[in-house]
Structure formats: C-alpha cells, structure tokens
Design a protein around this ligand. Sequence first.
Ligand SMILES: Nc1ncnc2c1ncn2[C@@H]1O[C@H](COP(=O)(O)OP(=O)(O)OP(=O)(O)O)[C@@H](O)[C@H]1O
Length: 236
Amino acid sequence: MEKNKLIRVEDLSKEYKMGEVTVNALKKVSFDINEGEFVVIVGPSGSGKSTLLNIIGGMDTPTEGKVFIGDEDITKYNDKSLTSYRRDKVGFVFQFYNLMANLTAEENVELATEICKDPLKIAEVLESVNLSDRKGHFPSQMSGGEQQRVAIARAVAKNPLILLCDEPTGALDYKTGKSILSLLNKINKDYKKTVVIITHNSPISKMGDRVIKMRSGKIVDNKVNENPISPERIEW
Ligand SMILES: Nc1ncnc2c1ncn2[C@@H]1O[C@H](COP(=O)(O)OP(=O)(O)OP(=O)(O)O)[C@@H](O)[C@H]1O
C-alpha cells in the first residue's frame, strides 16, 4: 500500500555567509517522510542536522530548494504564513527544554495551546506524559527528565502535524534519556504524530522507522528500518 507522504524536501541548500567565509551547511538535500513515521536523522556535530530541522520547522529559510508539507511549499510562505505554520502545524522539543521559569508545568502547556487552532485537552496530555501529579510545579522544582516531559506535553498539546525534536536526550542521563525516547515512541503511536528526531548519538537510530544519515551537509544514507527496536533495548 502506498503510504501518504507528509514531508518532501527537494534539493535543499543553505549557505551561511560570514564576511569572507561561506559555510555550506546543506548541499542539495532531498528526501521524503511519510505520515506517522518515526524518523531519526543522525550525523556528527556540524553535519547540518539543526539547520535542516529549523528549515522544516519554519524557523529558518533555505538558500535554495523546496520543502513541501502535504501539497504546500513552505519555502514560498511569507512571514505571516510561516508564523501560522509554526503555531498550528509544528511542535518543537529542544535539548534544554526551553520552559518558562515563572510558569507551572500546566501553565507552560496552556500557554502554547492558547495560540494554536485545534489544541488537545491539557489534562489528558499531562496524563499521557505521566505528569498529572506534577502539574503545579515550576521548572526549578522538577528534574531534567520531568522538564523534558513538560516540553513534550507542550509540543503535543498543540496537536501539531509534525513533532520536531532537536537532541531531546542531549542534556539527560542514560536512563532518563531512554525514558524520554520511549515517551516519544508512545506519542508517535498513541497520537499518530509524525516524529522527527535529530541526534549525533547513532545507536538511537535503531528505534526509527526511517533513518537518515548526514555528513558534511549531505544525506549519505536514507533507509526504512523494517525492525525498529524499542528504546529500552538500545545500548549506548
Ligand atoms: N547561524 C549560523 N551562522 C553561520 N554558520 C552556521 C549557523 N548555523 C549553523 N552554521 C554552520 O553550519 C554548519 C551546520 O551546522 P548545524 O548546527 O546545522 O549542524 P548540526 O549537525 O546540527 O551540529 P550539532 O550536532 O553540533 O548541533 C556548521 O558548520 C555550523 O557552524
């Protein structure tokens, strides 16, 4: 059965000009992602992963190339359309959580849902990330893993089309990192969200339905993984 393509990246290039120096962060990158896939983009530091994720998420624009989300080429969007795209279609999870320090867990999630079109019920999402009993806590009163759960709840509660995660376990210890990966797996299955994770940690790629390898701004491998392994069974 033909799967529905959700993201199509076509000949995407990004140059950063810094005085005399030009950095080619992405060099004609092309790939597709299907709806509902759990995708791991893996590559060493500086290979262009964050640049790619930021362009797919509408936070940066390419020098050349196209990014289709469904039928729409978001590289053609003006600022206003890009803002709506980021608000309604994309959930972000960052390495350092980026929570508002003066808001509780519940308020952090609430704030994100206030600006989007079709949010999910906050209480249900907090329950699904196992944080119902922590909803009144401030970020400073929670562990790194708990803060990342809030950040995931915040991204999911927006009911986005795509969940983009930039090194989501990068600031966490081994065991907590695994529990966060399991949670992202659960979100992918339970909410049927397309999840894209970028990481330099190659064993994590074993959990992906699709694994895209990057090196020096290029895709060097793009494979469907017929037998994804649950994060609990991955060692690194
Ligand atoms: N705003 C910027 N201005 C100039 N150069 C940049 C900028 N952002 C990224 N780069 C450069 O582009 C290249 C790709 O960077 P990018 O952050 O996308 O890689 P990465 O694979 O995400 O690395 P890391 O895992 O270390 O975050 C690097 O050489 C980086 O120095």
